[in-house]
Design a binder for this molecule. Structure first.
Ligand SMILES: N[C@H](CCC[C@H](N)C(=O)O)C(=O)O
Length: 279
């Protein structure tokens, strides 16, 4: 089948965007794996599928698939690219767009400087939301927040709609992301696996972050991972309410006022090229 797509990236996290409002989306997981393959296909970290909304409260639905073909709950960098796409493609004349993902309703705002601000919803600390099996473990409490001993390190665990396990490291550049990342991702205590964050605190309003993503491996940036790292850092008493996150692919700004308030993320969203592929 012939498929039109738009290649986009948000802080180096890259996506194949499929507009299912203008062409049918019916790819098998194998076809999605080929689409996402950097040698046999287009290549991307995730595939984003834009669909009409079937709910009066939202302008669109958007589905997210890792490049393995696995459908997932949330993608922060992808949400910014989604709104950049729908505005540039003329699918909406709004500059504040409401979109439904698998389990969240997001509000996205296109800024005058071209960046996009996303209300990412509130973090969830209930272990069942990841899920995370803490049975038999004793956490260390820092500032009243738990750090869990897993794979020989201390993890803060939380959900941004998708599961995250964040640890503090002295230097992200020398952190063992390539080995410890997959070990955490596949640890049995995360039955649906997990995104593993490595956070270096540079100041109370600045961190460096690398994320070994579930399925996709290390990406140049992870939006939900940046939200999870900042929320964990605030809960642990290391960070203030507004933090600049330096990733390998660019900079994100994350704000969280605590409690049940939503996490706000601001960052770039760029169209790279349009194309067609036969799958
Ligand atoms: N790998 C993630 C999905 C993509 C998240 C990331 N690309 C972002 O920007 O939030 C997961 O399996 O939960």
């Amino acid at each position: 089948m012939r498929l039109r797509f738009t290649k986009m990236q948000g802080a180096g996290n890259d996506f194949v965007v499929i507009d299912a409002t203008r062409q049918p989306f019916a790819l098998t997981p194998e076809q999605m794996r080929r689409l996402g393959d950097r040698r046999f296909g287009v290549g991307c970290d995730q595939i984003l599928v834009i669909e009409p909304s079937n709910d009066a409260g939202a302008d669109f639905r958007y589905r997210i698939f890792n490049n393995t073909g696995a459908e997932v709950e949330h993608c922060g960098n992808g949400s910014r690219c989604f709104v950049r796409y729908v505005v540039d493609a003329g699918l909406t004349d709004k500059r504040e767009v409401v979109v439904d993902t698998m389990n969240r309703r997001l509000r996205l705002q296109l800024q005058d400087d071209g960046r996009v601000t996303v209300d990412m919803g509130a973090p969830v600390f209930d272990h069942a939301a990841l899920p995370f099996d803490a049975s038999g473990l004793t956490p260390r409490y820092v500032n009243g927040f738990e750090l869990w001993p897993v794979q020989g390190v201390e993890l803060a665990v939380l959900s941004m709609g998708n599961p995250h396990a964040v640890q503090r490291v002295d230097d992200v550049e020398t952190a063992p992301v390539a080995t410890l990342g997959p070990a955490i991702e596949h640890d049995a205590r995360f039955p649906r696996r997990v995104n593993a964050g490595f956070m270096q605190v540079l100041a109370r309003d600045r961190i460096a972050l690398r994320v070994f993503e579930r399925d996709a491996g290390e990406t140049l940036a992870c939006g939900t991972g940046a939200c999870a790292a900042v929320v964990a850092g605030i809960r642990l008493g290391w960070l203030d309410a507004a933090v600049e996150v330096q990733t390998r692919g660019g900079q994100l700004r994350i704000e969280w006022a605590g409690g049940a308030s939503p996490v706000r993320m601001t960052g770039p969203a760029t169209r790279v090229f349009d194309g067609e592929i036969t799958l």
